[in-house]
Design a protein around this ligand. Structure first.
Ligand code: GTP
Ligand code: SPV
Ligand code: MN
Length: 591
């Protein structure tokens, strides 16, 4: 390596040496976070076809990227937690012995960067230099990864300065190799602060700061150090008097976090002066504040959001966020004006266009133009409703935690748990229909506890135990709720209008936290009286809302059987308290 290295940290330098010996790049380039360097990389990526420059008048600073056709989502079946003891990874995670895994992947990395450049990306999850920031270095052979990391994380030499001589950074290695599905691996070594990813070029598989570090490795660290890393959005609701209350919410992938985080209040609230502010849309790191409340930061710096369905009615703030300096992945390219399109953007699909695979396409053959998991990567600072606490190292105090998923039946529109322990139970039994965010079948109900099934870096039972422990340590814990925007009628149509209207449910949640409204006791927890939900200006009958709040004991008893099966699968580390909760629920349901 040349003498102009931006750090003297020998742990960093030795590790890069070692990785370069294995992957044998032609060059090594340190990413410094400057616009000048980023621009050179964009130019290079455009010259090779890795990026397409979009219309710079309509979409300044925006680019399009297409992934390989076999590489469009996270691959949970190829994702591994490599702890020395298999039982520490638990039954829900895939596991490979770390020694064996290093050996197997070393072969795939061997010479994988020959003739290419290895980019060294020093990045921070959280605000550089703050108490709660954690640093990583990602080595990659992909400019697309570099440009995405520049948006999604805080990158540059100040990260190396903040790290100093410390060995405490997360070592991430990524090589696209042949993009061979059979040899695709996303491997985590929590005991070594290491992530190895190979044979993919897509999102969560390769932007190693995101799911790999900020959730899988961080959840492991959080358990050791007494904090939590969660798949949660964070939003603030500003009341007319200026007070802001913060809510964090965990929904599985492609189940509405970005949408809820950026919601526009219905007119009835806007008129009165209510506002909604976005702190984060995907990941929250939570710790106990000196005041005894739970405080949250968003460790990311941008949004990697689902494109399809985003439009000026469903999520105008997200759409506005993508109007400049955005990378679009796997959407439709409109050849007439070099803009982008996706299903649900508007009713006018372009006629002269390429689909996400790069094939000539128009909507008339009935096929989808954008991939269902096509995404935008956009800077948080583009977001019109970004919270002014976004860059506050202290984060924001959380009043309520909300769990939710896609359930056609069973789960009511909203219910409140009866305690932290009961709320942990409610999170542990979450279920949701699968989406296109991960490879595999879509629309199948599966258990996705706390929306973290694919992201817990250790045993699921121990993770629940950590939730219970945290509850004992937080003097003034948030109240825990569950929502379901996705109940369907007999024709399979969503009953609840969703999106901005979800604010009505959040307002009930906050009213409950302040003890301002009574609620109906049911076997699963507290459910609203219809009169306490603001329905003014909503085109939904009270009877229909009544139906959305209904708790069907028979369906729930069936669910209890499913939960028992799932707990058995999680295995012998499921905390006894959760079995107590399950048995008590079953009793209340009248078994
Ligand atoms: P990840 O980035 O994968 O973690 O997903 P996310 O939870 O941020 O999901 P996102 O907000 O992008 O929503 C994904 C899909 O859910 C989109 O197709 C939305 O249109 C749809 N969606 C979001 N909110 C609602 C809602 O309130 N009701 C209905 N019916 N659909 C919604
Ligand atoms: C998710 O799948 O939950 C995402 C997208 O947020 S990815 O970064 O690809 O994991
Ligand atoms: Mn996510």
């Amino acid at each position: 390596m040349s003498a102009t290295m931006p750090t003297k940290n020998r742990y960093v330098l030795n590790w890069i040496d070692e990785m370069a010996k294995m992957t044998r790049p032609e060059k090594i380039l340190w990413i410094d976070g400057t616009e000048k360097q980023a621009d050179e990389l964009r130019r290079e990526a455009c010259s090779t076809g890795e990026l397409t420059k979009l219309n710079q008048d309509l979409l300044p600073g925006c680019y399009l990227h297409r992934t390989a056709i076999n590489d469009v989502a996270r691959v949970e079946g190829r994702t591994f937690i490599c702890t020395r003891k298999k039982e520490d990874a638990g039954n829900i995670n895939n596991w490979i012995d770390p020694k064996e895994c290093y050996a197997r992947l070393s072969k795939l990395y061997d010479g994988a960067m020959e003739g290419k450049t290895m980019y060294v990306i020093p990045y921070s999850m959280g605000i550089v230099g703050s108490d709660f920031a954690k640093y990583g270095i990602e080595l990659t052979d992909s400019i697309y990864v570099v440009l995405n990391m520049l948006i999604m994380t805080r990158v540059g030499n100040d990260v190396l300065d903040a790290l100093g001589d410390d060995p405490g950074f997360i070592k991430g290695l990524h090589a696209k190799a042949q993009l061979d599905e059979e040899n695709r691996y996303i491997c985590h070594f929590p005991e070594d602060n290491t992530i190895w990813s190979v044979n993919s070029g897509y999102g969560g598989n390769v932007l190693l700061g995101k799911k790999c570090f900020a959730l899988r490795i961080a959840s492991y660290l959080g358990r050791k150090e007494g904090w939590m890393a969660e798949h949660m959005l964070i939003l603030g609701i500003e009341f007319p008097d200026g007070e802001i209350k913060y809510i964090s919410a965990a929904f599985p992938s492609a189940c509405g976090k970005t949408n809820l985080a950026m919601l526009i209040p219905p007119e009835i609230y806007r008129k009165k002066g209510f506002k909604v502010w976005t702190v984060g849309d995907d990941i929250a790191w939570l710790r106990i504040g000196r005041d005894g409340r739970l405080w949250a930061v968003n460790p990311e710096n941008g949004f990697f959001g689902v494109a399809p369905g985003t439009n000026d009615k469903s999520n105008p703030n997200a759409l506005a966020t993508t109007k400049k300096n955005t990378i679009f992945t796997n959407v439709v390219e409109n050849l007439d004006n070099e803009t982008v399109w996706w299903e649900g953007l508007d009713k006018n699909p372009p006629k002269n266009a390429l689909n996400w695979k790069g094939e000539k396409w128009d909507a008339t053959d009935g096929s989808k133009g954008a991939h269902p998991n096509s995404r935008f990567t956009a800077m948080a600072t583009n977001c019109p409703c970004l919270s002014d606490k976004f860059n506050d190292p202290a984060g924001v105090p959380i009043t309520a935690i909300v769990f939710g998923g896609r359930r056609a039946r069973t789960a009511p529109l909203v219910y409140q748990s009866t305690s932290w322990q009961n709320g942990t139970f409610v999170g542990s039994i979450m279920a949701s229909e699968t989406t296109a965010a991960a490879a595999g079948a879509v629309g199948v109900v599966r258990r996705d506890p706390m929306a973290m099934r694919p992201f817990v870096g250790y045993d699921m039972g121990d993770y629940w135990g950590h939730w219970l422990e945290m509850g004992k340590m937080i003097p003034n814990p948030p109240k825990i709720f569950h929502v379901n925007w996705f109940r369907t009628d007999d024709n399979g149509q969503f009953i609840w209008p969703g999106y901005g209207e979800n604010m009505r449910v959040l307002m009930w949640i906050l009213a409950r936290c302040e003890g301002k409204v009574e609620a109906k006791e049911t076997p699963i927890g507290y459910v609203p009286f219809v009169k306490d939900l603001e329905l003014d200006g909503l085109d939904v009958d009270e009877k229909v809302v009544e139906g959305l709040l209904d708790v069907d004991a028979k369906l729930w008893l069936d669910d209890v059987a499913g939960i028992r099966e799932f707990y058995a699968q999680v295995g012998n580390r499921v905390p006894a308290e959760l079995y107590d909760e399950l048995n008590a629920l079953e009793k209340r349901l009248g078994k």
